[in-house]
Design a protein around this ligand. Structure first.
Ligand code: ADP
Ligand code: AMP
Length: 207
C-alpha cells in the first residue's frame, strides 16, 4: 500500500528541507500546505485573498479551508507515497484526515515529530531564504544558496511573527503528539542535528 507519512514539528524544525530530499531521492510526493497557501496568495486567487491575513499574522487558517484543500489533493494522489508537511495542525484536522484517508483506502503509516528547542528555531527561521523559482529552502549560515541563485525571505519569517507562530504551534498543534502517540504511530527525531543525520533517522523510521 502507498505510504502516508506525516511530519510534525515547530516552524523552522527542518520539515520542508527533509521532505524535499525524500521527494528527490525516494520519490515521495511532498505536500506542503504552507507552499500551497503562499502560492494562492501570490497568484491573488479567491483562496489567497481569504488566507493572506492569517499567514501574515502567524495564525492558522480556518480548519475547513485547509481540510478541503487536502481532500482535493489526496484524490489526485492515488497509489503514490506522500509526505504531509504542515498538515494536520489541529486535532480537528487530524480527525478529518483519518476519515478522508479511510475513504481512499489509506491510513497514516507513521508520524515523525521533529524535536527541537525554540531558540534554535528562531535562529533557523531568521536565516531562512527561499529560491522563488524552485521553492528550494536555504539558510544564510547552514545551507547557503549556490552563487547565482537569487533568494528571498518569507514575509512571516520576521521575529515577531516567528514568536506568534511558535506560540500557535505549542497551543494548537502540540496536542497532536498525544493523539498519534496513543495510536502508536509517533516517532521522534532529534531535529537539532545536521541535515544528513536527521535524514538518516527519518529513513530508519520509514523504510
Ligand atoms: P520547516 O519546513 O520545518 O519550517 P525548513 O525546512 O524550512 O523548516 O528549515 C528552516 C531553516 O533551517 C531553513 O533555512 C533550512 O535551510 C534550515 N535547516 C533545516 N534543517 C537544518 C538542520 N538540520 N541544521 C541546520 N539548519 C537547518
Ligand atoms: P508553513 O509553511 O508550514 O510554515 O505554513 C505557513 C502558514 O500557512 C502558517 O503559519 C499558517 O498560517 C498557514 N498554514 C499552513 N498549513 C496550515 C494548516 N494545516 N492549518 C492552518 N494553517 C496552515
Amino acid at each position: 500500500m502507498a505510504k502516508t507519512i506525516i511530519f510534525i514539528g515547530p516552524p523552522g524544525a527542518g520539515k520542508g528541507t527533509q521532505a524535499q530530499r525524500l521527494a528527490e531521492e525516494k520519490g515521495f510526493v511532498h505536500i506542503s500546505t504552507g507552499d500551497i497557501l503562499r502560492e494562492a496568495v501570490q497568484r491573488g486567487t479567491e483562496l489567497g485573498k481569504k488566507v493572506k491575513e492569517y499567514i501574515e499574522a502567524g495564525k492558522l487558517v480556518p480548519d475547513e479551508l485547509i481540510i478541503n484543500i487536502i481532500k482535493e489533493k489526496l484524490k489526485e494522489l492515488d497509489g503514490k507515497d506522500i509526505i504531509l508537511d504542515g498538515f494536520p495542525r489541529t486535532i480537528a484536522q487530524a480527525e478529518a484526515l483519518d476519515k478522508m484517508l479511510k475513504e481512499l483506502g489509506r491510513k497514516v503509516d507513521a508520524v515523525i515529530l521533529f524535536e527541537i528547542p525554540d531558540e534554535l528555531v528562531i535562529e533557523r527561521l531568521s536565516g531562512r531564504r527561499i529560491d522563488p523559482k524552485t521553492g528550494k529552502v536555504y539558510h544564510i549560515k547552514y545551507n547557503p544558496p549556490p552563487p547565482g541563485v537569487e533568494v528571498i525571505q518569507r514575509d512571516d519569517d520576521k521575529e515577531e511573527v516567528i514568536r506568534k507562530r511558535l506560540e500557535v504551534y505549542h497551543q494548537q498543534t502540540a496536542p497532536l503528539i498525544e493523539y498519534y502517540r496513543k495510536q502508536n504511530k509517533l516517532h521522534i527525531v532529534d531535529a537539532s542535528k545536521s541535515p544528513d543525520e536527521v535524514y538518516k533517522e527519518i529513513l530508519n523510521v520509514i523504510e
